[in-house]
Design a protein around this ligand. Structure first.
Ligand code: GSH
Length: 283
């Protein structure tokens, strides 16, 4: 299979699944662009589900694993997929505990559209996905018990146990889909620091996993969206935030989402229901 010339990815780099795809593209050295607002045809089909990616002129693909397999990486085992989902939900469902912090941290993420005008437009409209996930997490986490430190350690131990041999990566001598997805989760933990990040950095029983994080961080040290950079060894500089003017567009969009609450709320209910009815999120 010839290597693609260019891959267009849509989504936000706080998403671990978007990060997995970006890391895979860097691993293969494939040119790519990340935009935060998908084209209208993609929104009509799959709402704001992320990631979606288009390899050259091919169809839009959903799901990080499917996209990574299309790029030449391996499928993930069912047990790994389940373990990854637990790690994901334990952190994702706590991200809106600091409400202001949630919106503030998202203001810094960058859009990679080459046109400055389109970037401003995207910064305004990317607040819809932020608003969408804000509501989904706020309501989805109600009545859900917070994972204890022991539960978090147990979830991470699944992956640590897989690192028992000599191989530096879960996939062997080089990172594979499971490495990319797990390191993607770590980018999410670091994008809004919380208990998962703390446990990973400090817990004495997770030293081997920290060794793997170090190997991944070294390998992807040039990735411009490495939220884990200042939190793990080898320490690297923090990533560059969106520019001040871009953030102004973001905040204008955020205010618009709340002013237009009846419409934006209806849109969230419509797309969230549609995504679930169509079964677009495989876990
Ligand atoms: N298994 C999927 C999971 C993707 C996923 O859960 N994405 C979240 C954002 S981090 C999403 O788009 N959720 C939309 C929704 O819940 O309606 C993958 O690997 O890409």
């Amino acid at each position: 299979m010839p290597a693609p010339n260019h891959v267009q990815v849509c989504g936000n780099d706080h998403s671990p699944w978007v990060q997995a795809v970006l890391l895979g593209l860097r691993e293969k050295g494939i040119r790519h662009t990340l935009v935060t607002v998908p084209p209208p045809s993609v929104i009509a089909n799959s709402g704001v589900v992320m990631p979606v990616a288009q390899i050259d002129d091919g169809p839009w693909l959903l799901d990080s694993e499917r996209i990574l397999v299309a790029l030449g990486f391996s499928k993930v085992e069912a047990a790994e997929r389940r373990a990854m989902q637990s790690v994901f939900l334990s952190d994702a469902m706590r991200r809106t505990e600091g409400r202001w912090e949630f919106w503030r941290r998202f203001s810094f993420s960058r859009d990679g559209h080459p046109s400055a005008v389109r970037r401003m437009w995207n910064h305004f409209w990317r607040t819809f996905p932020v608003f969408y996930f804000f509501l989904l997490i706020t309501f989805g986490s109600r009545g859900r018990s917070r994972p204890t430190e022991e539960q978090l350690v147990e979830e991470f131990r699944f992956f640590q146990d897989r690192l028992a041999g000599d191989a530096a990566f879960l996939g062997g001598a080089a990172p594979d889909t499971v490495d990319l997805q797990l390191f993607g989760q770590i980018q999410m933990f670091a994008s809004i620091p919380g208990p998962s990040l703390r446990v990973l950095r400090e817990h004495p029983e997770l030293a081997r996993l920290r060794g793997w994080i170090g190997a991944m961080q070294e390998r992807f040290r040039d990735h411009p969206r490495l939220y884990s950079a200042p939190w793990f060894e080898p320490r690297l500089p923090e990533i560059e935030p969106a520019r001040a003017l871009e953030r102004c567009f973001y905040w204008a969009g955020a205010v618009a989402m709340w002013i237009a609450l009846p419409i934006s709320l209806l849109a969230v209910v419509y797309y969230a229901t549609r995504v679930r009815k169509k079964g677009l999120l495989r876990s």
